[in-house]
Design a protein around this ligand. Structure first.
Ligand code: SAM
Length: 280
């Protein structure tokens, strides 16, 4: 019998440990192990990797990651009620699962991880977006992670992979696509979760590129993109007035039309503009 078969079904685990989902913790659990195996497979080849899992809950995805051969899983969970069931999984996979209790926004996981590292999580959406932005904007590139496989509400997932010309295109798309390959790998209806959330969800897989797709200073790019999309309906020359007094000239030298709107500008255009703005 494999380790995963020696563990009780997740519904029994939830009953035995009285793990009623708490709204305050953003808890919508995945109890179908076929589905969690699918998500674990979407994370790529785990056999030579340490995997950082945020918010393991009762451990459905954790089981998937271990069964798919993760060398080691470091799981960070805020709800102490989940620790006993996670302990049972750790016993079934000796030496391969470490669980830390705490808030993923406060804990530095790196001391517990050995590269190469992949990240996988089904997290509350607000925490997921905040962590994603942090993971995409480290002090130096390449980052500590090789890939991120993350569940988001569908609307947020669409913002991550959005292309110019669409309503979803904005800061998140540029941030994600500048230094990583981002794609939606799985769509999930609300009833895939217990309890079901109000909206559909998607799993996004991001692979870190060794270098940015186009050269630009990260801080300048971020400032230009934030200003451009804060007033996305305005023409660039108006939206970016505060970025540089001679912004019209800089837009033209970047090959952009001052009358364009942020939504029309491809990633390459924003990088050219960030370079033009950085010029003294
Ligand atoms: N991964 C599990 C699954 O797929 O069934 C649980 C998913 S549930 C959407 C989110 C999990 O993240 C919960 O177990 C919750 O307790 C945990 N969580 C919420 N906020 C957290 C935080 N700031 N740090 C770590 N875990 C958190």
């Amino acid at each position: 019998m494999s380790a995963i078969d020696s563990l009780p079904p997740l519904r029994d685990v939830i009953r035995a440990h009285d793990l009623r989902a708490r709204k305050s913790m953003g808890q919508n659990f995945l109890l179908d192990l076929n589905l969690t195996a699918k998500i674990a497979r979407a994370a790529g080849d785990l056999t030579a990797c340490d995997v950082l899992e945020i918010g393991p809950g009762p451990g459905g995805l954790t089981r998937g990651l271990l069964a798919e051969g993760a060398r080691h899983v470091l799981a960070i969970e805020k709800d102490s009620r989940c620790l006993p069931p996670l302990g049972e999984i750790a016993e079934a996979y000796p030496g391969r699962l470490t669980v830390l209790e705490g808030d993923a926004l406060q804990i530095d996981p790196l001391v517990h991880l050995t590269p190469p590292i992949r990240v996988a999580a089904n997290l509350p959406y607000n925490v997921g977006t905040e962590l994603l932005v942090r993971w995409l904007t480290p002090g130096t590139w390449p980052p500590f992670w090789q890939s991120l496989t993350l569940m988001f509400q569908r609307e947020v997932a669409e913002r991550i992979v959005a292309q110019p010309g669409s309503k979803a295109y904005g800061r998140l798309a540029i941030l994600a696509q500048w230094r990583s390959d981002a794609r939606i790998v799985l769509q999930l209806p609300p009833d895939a979760f217990t309890p079901p959330p109000k909206v559909s969800s998607s799993v996004v897989h991001l692979t870190a590129l060794p270098e940015a797709r186009f050269p630009a200073d990260a801080e300048v790019l971020s400032r230009v993109v934030a200003a451009a999309f804060n007033q996305r309906r305005k023409m660039l020359r108006a939206a970016l007035k505060g970025v540089a007094p001679d912004i019209e000239d800089r837009l033209i030298s970047a090959g952009l039309k001052p009358t364009d709107r942020a939504e029309q500008v491809p990633l390459e255009g924003f990088c050219a503009l960030a370079r033009a703005v950085a010029e003294t």
